[in-house]
Design a protein around this ligand. Structure first.
Ligand SMILES: NC(=O)C1=CN([C@@H]2O[C@H](COP(=O)(O)OP(=O)(O)OC[C@H]3O[C@@H](n4cnc5c(N)ncnc54)[C@H](OP(=O)(O)O)[C@@H]3O)[C@@H](O)[C@H]2O)C=CC1
Ligand SMILES: CC(C)(CO)C(=O)C(=O)O
Length: 310
């Protein structure tokens, strides 16, 4: 099976190393030539949850020099780079191939919907954590669960290639399940990220600190009420109370983590706030539901991004 892993960031490095151990024809597709050269000569170093580092030889190529055609493409770029990466990936995906999109938040699904393609496009949601230390090193920061399902619409019947890959990964690396409908998972993760990420980023605290701050707890509660009103209008019968408890659980389990948004801001990078809180604001507008807390969180995160760009 020829596999292309798009994006040499945290998830891309972790999964390229995992998949290369299972399929020799795995290729990491990077944005820069420098990174492709580094991976070709040094391989990928994965620091596991046990703190031990293992190096894995992996083929690599920069995205504007890809010529091979792939049976499965794992698209592991951030939302802001999704459109161009998706078009690149589509141009080298075999006619009977599959593309799997791993982005947090929403927005990538709208891009896929607008693009003419015959290959099935899947979405993945993961609670695993990974952090890129340098061009060839990734740290696995948290175990978790991964769900993969058709990105647009429900479907019980999945391509054989994908079923076989998932069975191999599930057996060797981490729990992965195929779902008929991935959208509820996408929205549940989005809802959790919509409170933990901006609040930890703005307050500059680790995830575990949020529930120890009464004002942060109250804001989480109010923001979840807003978000749940939106998703209920979309058809998900969730209760704000239940989601609040899920958020508390995630904060406890990832207590010493700095959220991805906090880390993006610390590094002077743009965040995914427009695709997380922005997803709630956009759906709310379309359904006539006010979302002032999420709009405020977005603006505050944008302001921090602007300060970092100075
Ligand atoms: N990391 C995690 O633990 C998790 C991440 N996710 C989601 O997965 C997605 C990826 O996250 P993550 O890996 O952390 O992000 P990173 O920022 O670490 O990595 C993204 C990578 O994509 C590369 N890239 C951008 N455009 C292209 C392109 N056109 N072709 C090839 N490569 C490209 C970037 O290259 P360069 O560095 O050269 O700019 C970068 O290395 C995000 O949407 C995130 O929300 C979901 C769950 C967990
Ligand atoms: C679950 C959480 C909040 C863990 O840090 C995360 O997904 C992120 O940081 O983006």
């Amino acid at each position: 099976m020829r596999i292309g892993v798009w994006g040499g960031g945290a998830l891309g490095l972790l999964w390229a190393a995992r998949l290369a151990a299972l399929y020799s024809e795995t290729v990491l597709v990077t944005r820069t030539r420098k990174q492709a050269d580094a991976v070709r000569s040094e391989g990928i170093r994965v620091i596991g949850l046990d703190g031990k580092a293992r190096r894995m030889p992996v083929q690599a190529v920069e995205s504007d020099r890809v010529t091979a055609s792939f049976d499965v493409i794992m698209l592991m770029v951030k939302q802001r780079d999704f459109t161009s990466a998706f078009y690149q990936a589509l141009s080298v995906c075999a006619q009977d191939g599959v593309i799997v999109c791993w982005q947090n938040g929403v927005g990538h699904d709208a891009v896929v919907k607008k693009t003419r393609h015959t290959q099935p496009v899947y979405g993945a949601v993961t609670t695993e954590g990974a952090w890129r230390e340098d061009m060839t090193t990734v740290r696995h920061t948290g175990a978790g669960q991964t769900w993969i399902g058709p990105l647009l619409g429900k479907q019980e019947d999945h391509p054989a290639l994908l079923r076989s890959l998932i069975a191999q990964v599930d057996h060797r690396w981490c729990p992965v399940v195929l779902e008929a409908d991935i959208q509820p998972r996408i929205w549940k993760k989005l809802m959790i990220n919509s409170v933990i990420n901006p609040l930890t980023a703005l307050l500059e605290v680790e995830n575990g600190e949020l529930f120890r701050l009464p004002d942060a707890r109250a804001l989480i509660r109010a923001a979840l009420e807003e978000g749940v009103a939106v998703v209920r209008a979309m058809g998900y019968r969730w209760e704000a109370d239940d989601v609040f408890h899920e958020v508390a659980e995630v904060c406890e389990k990832t207590a010493t983590n700095r959220s991805s948004m906090y880390q993006d801001l610390m590094r002077g990078h743009m965040t995914e706030v427009d695709w997380i809180n922005g997803g709630i604001v956009k759906e709310g507008k379309a359904r006539g539901i006010q979302t002032p807390i999420h709009e405020t969180l977005m603006r505050l995160v944008h302001a921090k991004e602007a300060i970092n760009r100075r």
